[in-house]
Ligand binder design. Structure first.
Ligand code: TZP
Ligand code: MG
Length: 215
């Protein structure tokens, strides 16, 4: 897997635009996808759709927008929808579909990312078939209601000493945190609110890309 896709990794779904319609959320997500991010993860949590078709259509449209913008498209949780949209990747959590079962379902081409929340999960993940890991929440976050305790920078650095997989950091990351994070061994940052709330997403993305340079 090319680690470069993890540098500026945008995550969103309609739930991240409270009070807005699905179409309004789609438009805002599309603009951010086109702002220079390296990956987009469609994370769809608890949105009430009129029917299944509406959800599939949203996923397909965002997949297409990402493709046109040459942005890696990753589906969160939904294995079947990752196959249907021909996603570049699938991201799963510790409580989701088992890694090996997901691999069996999506085939060998698709990137699989796994969330890890602590050192124990990180160590177990080292010998797994995951292509990359998302470590977090690093800082307290407002965007995930069931987020576990934040790890903090010191613990994160210790964890990274025991890792040899591509890593994206996640959780509570704002612009002030980018310099300290870029000094650790993570390959990039995964963010929701910093981008969904940005007036100029491309300026945020430029700061991130400048700090997480290519090797
Ligand atoms: N997983 C761990 S923290 C988090 C997820 C999905 C939310 C990150 O959102 P934000 O707004 O960048 O803190
Ligand atoms: Mg999940």
């Amino acid at each position: 897997m090319n680690k470069e896709i993890l540098r500026a990794y945008f995550i969103a779904g309609p739930q991240d635009f409270p009070g807005e319609t699905i179409d309004e959320a789609k438009l805002k997500i599309s603009r951010i996808i086109q702002s220079g991010v390296t990956a987009f993860q469609f994370r769809d949590k608890g949105t009430v759709y009129q029917n299944d078709y509406q959800r599939i259509k949203l996923a397909q449209d965002l997949r297409e927008i990402a493709q046109q913008a040459k942005v890696t498209f990753i589906m969160n949780d939904a294995v079947q929808l990752s196959i249907l949209t021909q996603a570049d990747g699938l991201h799963i959590g510790q409580d989701d579909e088992q890694l090996y079962k997901a691999r069996e379902m999506v085939g060998n081409e698709m990137i699989i990312g796994l969330s890890v929340r602590n050192e124990q999960e990180l160590l177990l993940a080292q010998d797994s078939i995951a292509d990359y890991l998302g470590i977090g929440p690093i800082y307290p976050t407002q965007s995930k209601s069931d987020a576990s305790e934040s790890i903090g920078l010191v613990k994160l650095s210790n964890m990274l000493n025991k890792n040899n997989l591509p890593i994206v950091g996640i959780g509570g990351i704002d612009l002030a945190k980018i310099p300290e994070l870029s000094k650790t061994a993570i390959d990039g940052v995964a963010i929701i609110s910093l981008l969904t709330k940005a007036k100029q997403p491309n300026e945020v993305v430029n700061v991130i890309l400048k700090h997480f340079l290519l090797e």
